[in-house]
Ligand binder design. Sequence first.
Ligand SMILES: Nc1nc2c(ncn2[C@@H]2O[C@H](COP(=O)(O)OP(=O)(O)OP(=O)(O)O)[C@@H](O)[C@H]2O)c(=O)[nH]1
Ligand SMILES: [Mg+2]
Length: 370
Amino acid sequence: QEDLTMLGLLRLDMIGTVDVTPKGEPGLLSLAHLNPPSPQGPLYTLLKPTLVHQCPVSFETFIRELESDLQRRSGSQTMAQGQTAILVSASPKSKAEQEEHLTELAELASSADLTVIDRLFQRTERGHHRFQLGSGKLKDVLMQAMQKGVDLLIFDQDLAPAQLRAIEEVTDLTVIDRTQLILDIFAQRAHSREGKVQVELAQLRYLLPRLSGQGTSLSRLGGGIGSRGPGETKLETDRRRIRERIDHLEREIEGFARHQDQRRSRRVRQEFPVLSIVGYTNAGKSTLLNALTNSVVSTAPRVFETLDTTSRRLHLPHGHEAILTDTVGFIRDLPKDLLAAFRTTLDELHDADLFLHVVDAGAKDLDAHI
Ligand SMILES: Nc1nc2c(ncn2[C@@H]2O[C@H](COP(=O)(O)OP(=O)(O)OP(=O)(O)O)[C@@H](O)[C@H]2O)c(=O)[nH]1
Ligand SMILES: [Mg+2]
């Protein structure tokens, strides 16, 4: 069994063991080879043991055919289905709670146009782990990933930069956490200048510490003790450029905030009451705005469809008017970089005279959404 695990983990084409008889002569030869990734098929095939000199396999042809088969399959799979992912959760929380969170993570993943192939979770002790989950469980995850030809692991828990690196090193897969997934979705969806700036700022703030983490491993690769490898110098430049960009974006956001103040005071002069639609993401906020004001804000059965604030005039009976605004939805454990970056968007809520809290009564964990 251990040999078979090695076959998978090291991505060998084939592995064989030879028994040794008590007399010291070669006995039975057992061979196993990898299969091309497929969602249902087994990871490897075990051949029937034979005597060494009766070995049925002509290695050169066999390996060549296997290699081209592996290549063909992995090629066609990524073309046909787009990116595939395995969701992973490891925390001291109960099984039920982790499952529920993974369901939400799956919604986030499909909102980012990823195909979720599998979900795996583990209940762990509190405290810091090198891989977030146990190393045995990580092997399980990796075997699943290889068997199913998956290219992305998504963790429900936030990973420390060192954990992220350790997992990537062991698995050779792309690893992201929930925060990064949410940032990616926001980046895909942001349309307004303001939204784009806010998302980029959040992404850079998230990236910066992770970049310096990679710096240590790169300088180790550079080899010379005490000498700075070329990678390190480049990273120093990258880091400085990122900091400069962050400064720049922060100033731009301040500009938006001033602009917003002016807009606000104009609105106060007009003395229209402001009604703000708030609520969990995908609850139906934009649909309500459209229905009440005859607008065409984009709605979709996926999370974070709306990022930009929209304000519309609402005609009430008896000739009264109000401003109705629709804005970005909430989600539990909103990444704090994102929260900070979206301050100008959220500041709009200060203007509200009334909140309309939209709740999807059909949501499974209704209370958690309120
Ligand atoms: N069954 C039902 N579906 C609804 C209702 N209101 C909205 N929906 C659907 O729910 C989905 C989400 O609606 P949106 O209006 O985009 O939700 P949102 O709160 O603006 O979502 P985000 O902008 O992504 O945070 C859409 O597919 C709507 O068609 C409703 O009252 N009943
Ligand atoms: Mg919306």
